[in-house]
Structures are given as structure tokens and as C-alpha cells.
Design a protein around this ligand. Structure first.
Ligand SMILES: Cc1cc2nc3c(=O)[nH]c(=O)nc-3n(C[C@H](O)[C@H](O)[C@H](O)COP(=O)(O)OP(=O)(O)OC[C@H]3O[C@@H](n4cnc5c(N)ncnc54)[C@H](O)[C@@H]3O)c2cc1C
Length: 382
């Protein structure tokens, strides 16, 4: 296997490295502190083509490979996890349902602005009573007056409430006959649609720059052209989208691990105790060596899943494995890096503390790690 980057992927990585170091690393920590989504940065990323990274040029994107996206994420996420989280939610779950399942009219009207970086996309699956159990959603869509009437509540929805959000692509339960399995369909709801409201930005342990909210749909009527894809296959469409989202969370985890490894190494070289840099102590060296080794392993899993997708092969199991391995590594590595920093690492003023706070959600979002285990076990035939 060879995951060396092509010329266009390398150019993209250089662009992302420069933007991440010059703009994101300097401005995003302020937004994290103020618990505000830095849409100014996201707009600038849009003007660089990054908001349409996985969407073909035909629809306003730059048509990058999944491998290229992972490599770009390694740069963006090292600078700031909230910006990277908002970006990845937009380019994968926020945009892909429209690209993969939308009609050409829908792509032109709703996907193009997302891909060109003029708007931010959101994906509405989770509800107060249905997270891991996606089939348990209660939001209903009923056929009414030539369109659909939506009622329900979504929770923890990212990117729906910013000044550049377009609305949400959501999953709803539709009518099914007595005794039949429930049916699900997905719909576009624009943000100024009557009856669609939202709660305040939620406060997390980390990802404080990410805009995550509860969304309310109270007799929201939408025309028929808002139905995305097959009216009976909405759940499958959403689950298929999440497969790419898992590669993306794995890439985000790689970036976090690289960031805390670098911080831990730099600090260990300069912090002197007992008359020598703590990097000379074997206990510290072993922590850093373990993180570096595990990072390399997680990196291979993630690039492999991305490469399978690029080659049109199934990647469900590999995406789950990459997400499971990389997110576990990120939370552990962040904790070890704080340990290397001692008391300083515990203080919110130190960047390593911010990355520590940002790590935990990687084991929860886009399918918890318990759910990744279930997916992998099912793929093994259990
Ligand atoms: C910051 C953030 C952003 C998010 N953004 C979005 C978004 O944009 N769109 C969206 O739709 N959702 C979003 N989510 C929701 C996220 O996908 C869910 O939180 C996640 O899927 C878990 O669902 P839950 O929180 O309801 O937990 P639950 O499903 O209630 O799970 C609780 C615990 O039980 C475990 N569990 C559940 N079922 C099983 C089982 N069968 N076997 C073993 N263990 C099990 C879980 O692993 C977990 O540990 C976001 C969440 C967060 C925190």
C-alpha cells in the first residue's frame, strides 16, 4: 500500500498548513475562549475552496480525493479543533446528503452555495430520545397540501445556527401502513421557514467554537422539492453519509494527537527538573514514543479507509476501525500530554488544556465508539 500524496494533494496540504498556522492558530483560540463560532475563518476557508473540498467542480467544489481531505485535515485540526470540527461537519455530513442523493435542481440550489463557501451545511439526525438508535427518531413528516408537514425536535445539531447557516438536511419518520416497518425520508428545511426555530448555542466541555443547538419543528410546511433522494431510503442515505463522517472524525483525531505530541515533546525538552530537561527521563520518553507509534498506526488505518473510498470500494468496517482507534488514541494522548505539562497543562490558558477538552467528543460524535464496535463486529459476521 502506498499513501503518498499526488501533486494536487501536496499543493492543498501546503495551502492548509499556511492558512492554519497564519490565520487559524492565531485567531481561533479567541473564539474558543468566547465560545463563538468563527465564521469569519470559515468564510475565508470557503474562498480558498476548502468548503467544497469533497464536492466536484461541476457543483462548485474542488473535487479533492478523500485522502487529500484527510491530509488537509491533519493541518487544519492541529491549529484548532473547533474550526476543524465545523469544517468537517460541513463538508461531510452537512453537504454529502445533497451531493450523493439530491437531484440536479437541489444540487444547484442548495449544494452549490455550500460548496462555494457561501453557506454552512447541517445534518439533523439526533433527537433527545434517539441518538445511537437512529431508528428511534420521532420527528414526523406527513404529506400535506402537495408538500410535507414536519413536526419534531433535533438535538446536538452542528452548524445550523450560525450567521452563515442555510438550514438543515434532516431525517424524519414518514407514514407507513399498519404492521409495516417504519419508513424514513430526508428533507431540506431552510432556516427562515415558518415554524422552524432553535435553542441557544449549547455549551460543551470542548469544541467551544462549534455551534451546536437544539432545533424545533412545529408544523413546518415544506414543498415537495425539499425531499432528498428516495422517500423510503432516508435512513440508509443518512447512515451512508456517516461512513464518510467517521473517516473525517478519525482524521480530526489524528490532527489532535499530532498537536499534543508536538506540544508534549517541545515542553519536555525545555522543562527542567532535577537539573535536567524532563525529556531525559525514560518515563516521559516512553509516553512520547507510545503516542508517536500509535499515531502512525492510526494514520495508516485512516488513510486506508480514505483510499478505499477513493477507489470505489466498500469502506464501512475500515472507517469504523479508523474512528475507533484514532479517537481513543486522541483522548489518551491528550491526557498524557497534559501529564507531561504537569500543573501548567491543567490550566485553561495552556493550549494543551484546550486540546484535552476538545478530545473527548471524538469518542462520541458520528456514532459512539460502542457503536463502532457493533459495526465492526457485524462486518465480522457476528
Ligand atoms: C458536539 C456534538 C456535536 C454533534 N453534532 C451532531 C450533528 O451535527 N448532527 C447530529 O445528528 N448529531 C450530532 N451529534 C450527536 C451525536 O451523534 C450523538 O451524541 C451520538 O450519536 C450519541 O447519541 P446520544 O448522545 O443520544 O447517546 P446514546 O445513544 O444515548 O448513548 C449513551 C451511551 O450508551 C451507549 N450505547 C447506546 N446504544 C448502545 C448499544 N447498542 N450497545 C452498547 N452501547 C450502547 C453509547 O455508546 C453511549 O456510551 C453531536 C454530538 C455532540 C456531542
Amino acid at each position: 500500500m502506498d499513501f503518498s500524496l499526488t501533486e494536487s494533494e501536496r499543493v492543498l496540504v501546503d495551502l492548509c498548513r499556511e492558512f492554519a498556522q497564519k490565520e487559524i492558530a492565531t485567531r481561533a483560540p479567541v473564539a474558543w475562549e468566547e465560545a463563538r463560532c468563527p465564521t469569519d475563518l470559515l468564510r475565508e476557508m470557503g474562498s480558498l475552496g476548502l468548503l467544497g473540498i469533497l464536492i466536484p467542480e461541476e457543483w462548485g467544489g474542488i473535487g479533492m480525493s478523500t485522502v487529500g481531505f484527510v491530509a488537509a485535515m491533519e493541518q487544519i485540526g492541529q491549529a484548532d479543533q473547533s474550526v476543524a470540527a465545523a469544517w468537517q461537519a460541513h463538508v461531510t455530513i452537512g453537504s454529502l446528503p445533497l451531493y450523493l442523493f439530491g437531484s440536479d435542481e437541489q444540487r444547484e440550489r442548495w449544494l452549490r452555495p455550500l460548496a462555494e463557501g457561501r453557506a454552512l451545511g447541517a445534518f439533523g439526525l439526533t433527537e433527545p430520545d434517539a441518538g445511537s438508535d437512529a431508528r428511534g427518531i420521532r420527528t414526523r413528516a406527513e404529506r400535506r397540501d402537495g408538500g410535507w408537514l414536519i413536526n419534531g425536535v433535533k438535538t446536538f445539531i452542528s452548524n445550523a445556527g450560525t450567521d452563515m447557516s442555510f438550514g438543515v438536511t434532516l431525517l424524519a419518520r414518514t407514514e407507513s401502513s399498519e404492521g409495516q416497518a417504519p419508513k424514513f425520508a430526508s428533507f431540506i428545511v431552510e432556516k427562515d421557514t415558518p415554524g422552524f426555530t432553535m435553542g441557544p448555542k449549547m455549551r460543551g466541555i470542548g469544541w467551544r467554537g462549534l455551534d451546536t443547538r437544539e432545533l424545533y419543528f412545529d408544523d413546518v410546511w415544506i414543498p415537495e422539492d425539499r425531499l432528498v433522494g428516495d422517500p423510503d431510503m432516508g435512513l440508509r442515505q443518512f447512515l451512508q453519509t456517516l461512513e464518510v463522517g467517521r473517516i473525517s472524525i478519525a482524521a480530526l483525531s489524528l490532527s489532535l494527537t499530532q498537536a499534543v505530541l508536538d506540544m508534549g515533546t517541545d515542553y519536555a525538552k525545555q522543562r527542567v527538573q532535577f537539573g535536567q530537561p524532563i525529556a531525559r527521563f525514560q518515563a516521559i520518553q516512553f509516553k512520547l514514543a507510545d503516542i508517536a507509534t500509535e499515531l502512525e498506526a492510526a494514520r495508516w488505518l485512516t488513510y486506508r479507509a480514505a483510499s478505499l473510498r477513493d477507489n470505489g470500494q466498500p469502506f464501512l468496517k475500515e472507517a469504523s476501525m479508523a474512528k475507533l482507534k484514532a479517537s481513543r488514541l486522541a483522548t489518551w494522548a491528550a491526557s498524557e500530554a497534559v501529564q507531561i505539562h504537569g500543573g501548567l497543562g491543567y490550566m485553561l490558558d495552556s493550549p494543551v488544556a484546550r486540546f484535552y477538552c476538545d478530545a473527548k467528543v471524538l469518542e462520541i460524535g458520528e456514532g459512539t465508539n460502542e457503536i463502532q464496535h457493533l459495526v465492526i463486529a457485524r462486518e465480522l459476521g457476528c
